[in-house]
Design a protein around this ligand. Structure first.
Ligand SMILES: Nc1ncnc2c1ncn2[C@@H]1O[C@H](COP(=O)(O)OP(=O)(O)O)[C@@H](O)[C@H]1O
Ligand SMILES: [Mg+2]
Length: 396
């Protein structure tokens, strides 16, 4: 119901004349419904019709025209108000969304990114790439945590250096083993087992220069105990990392080759998987296995977002660059296409300096024997990996 002074005046005059709505409608050649709309719905007739009404109702047309004009103006201004308010509200929504998107984009580089190096094949370079990627990230001043999820503990040795690693074992400090056990056992100084504080497991400033950007969760052979009693342990690493993730920009997990509860633990803890591939005869053999294992994990955990960031060709033996290598690269590319997996453009070249670097516990770029182009090649590979997992900006 919209009753303007114009409508009220018309109704008053009509009643005064003893006309019904129907009578007056008929007199101006309109429907009673139209007349009712004038009196109750804010309908305003044209100036001609208004003058006609004035004549029929015996009133000065100027008076009615003035009232009609005022009514029309306020109706128009209401309409304009509505239209533009709606537009303003829409724009505010868009601005808000853009601001949120922008924040998310800027925040994306701040968000902790967890990636696992997985391939159900041994000797393809998981540990080598995990080690060098950890060094690359730390040297970019990304706060980096390396996690050794292999009972063989190669990553721990490679990052701490073999001597330091043995010393660490002697201290009996908790390692990744206690993360899976979920407690710290009694020792000479304690009278009871106790709860694990994740901080106890961290080796801060791992690496030869004790870089404050690089921490490590070391492993030890006893991790194989977890493999013997795996029930209910697959989420423990994810839980532990969830407590400390805010301190890191990137977490790199090195996995054991065989599929086990440790693989599931890596899946639960990761957002991205990088699968190193050794381009040799039967290189594709592990890929359907990885695809199936990942698919099973996703089926059971469809709330968990995990994806293959890419397959990484690692020429870990000198002959992989030959025809056999070429053939296997083609085979792997075909297989990757089937699953929609990305293959990193930058391949990791064969160089004996990778093995030396791991043995001595020094980053590739430190080894005097590493050729400049090998170091540069790995840098490009690392940058591509970081970009692929969404580490866009590198903190200054
Ligand atoms: N690009 C490479 N060039 C030369 N040797 C390599 C390269 N990548 C790995 N290796 C060597 O190959 C062996 C297996 O690598 P590793 O990283 O331990 O594999 P994984 O962890 O998958 O079992 C190691 O001796 C390592 O030093
Ligand atoms: Mg390994």
């Amino acid at each position: 119901m919209i009753v303007t002074p114009f409508a009220r005046r018309i109704k008053h005059l009509r009643a005064g004349k003893g006309f019904s709505v129907r009578d007056l409608a008929a007199a101006i050649g309109k429907s009673p419904a139209y007349m009712a709309k004038i009196e109750t719905q804010g309908e305003i007739p044209t100036p001609q019709l208004t003058s006609e009404l004035a004549k029929l109702l015996d009133v000065d047309p100027v008076e009615l025209l003035q009232l009609a004009k005022t009514a029309r103006l306020s109706s128009a201004s209401r309409e304009i108000e509505r239209e533009y308010s709606r537009a303003v509200a829409m724009q505010e929504l868009v601005d808000k969304q853009e601001l949120a998107d922008d924040r998310e984009k800027r925040g994306a580089s701040k968000m902790t990114k967890v990636m696992s190096l997985i391939n159900m094949k041994g000797g393809v370079g998981k540990t080598t790439l995990a080690m060098q990627l950890a060094h690359s990230a730390a040297s970019k001043k990304l706060r980096t945590l390396a996690v050794d999820l292999d009972p063989q503990s190669n990553l721990s040795q490679a990052l701490m250096g073999p001597r330091q690693y043995v010393k660490h074992l002697d201290t009996k400090k908790p390692t990744i083993v206690q993360i899976f056990d979920d407690y710290v056992p009694t020792d000479a100084r304690s009278g009871s087992p106790r709860r694990l504080d994740v901080d106890e497991v961290l080796v801060k400033g791992a690496g030869p220069w004790a870089s404050k950007e690089l921490d490590l969760i070391p492993s030890r052979l006893e991790l194989s105990r977890t493999l013997k009693n795996p029930t209910g342990k697959e989420r423990r690493l994810a839980k532990a990392l969830a407590q400390i993730r805010g301190r890191y920009d990137i977490i790199i997990i090195d996995c054991a080759p065989t599929e086990s509860v440790l693989t599931d633990a890596a899946y639960f803890a990761s957002r991205y998987i990088v699968a190193p591939i050794k381009p040799e005869f039967m290189a594709t053999i592990g890929l359907p296995l990885l695809a199936r294992s990942l698919q099973e994990f996703r089926l059971e955990n469809d709330d968990h977002q995990i994806e293959i960031a890419g397959l990484a060709f690692n020429h870990s033996s000198s002959y992989s660059a030959g025809p056999e290598g070429q053939q296997s690269i083609e085979d792997v590319t075909k297989e990757a296409k089937k699953h929609g997996w990305y293959i990193f453009e930058n391949q990791v070249r064969y160089s004996a300096s990778y093995a030396k670097s791991a043995r001595e516990g020094t980053p590739l770029s430190w080894t005097s024997y590493a050729r400049g182009d090998v170091v540069e090649g790995f840098r490009r590979f690392a940058d591509e990996v970081f970009e692929q997992i969404g580490i866009v900006e590198v903190p200054a």
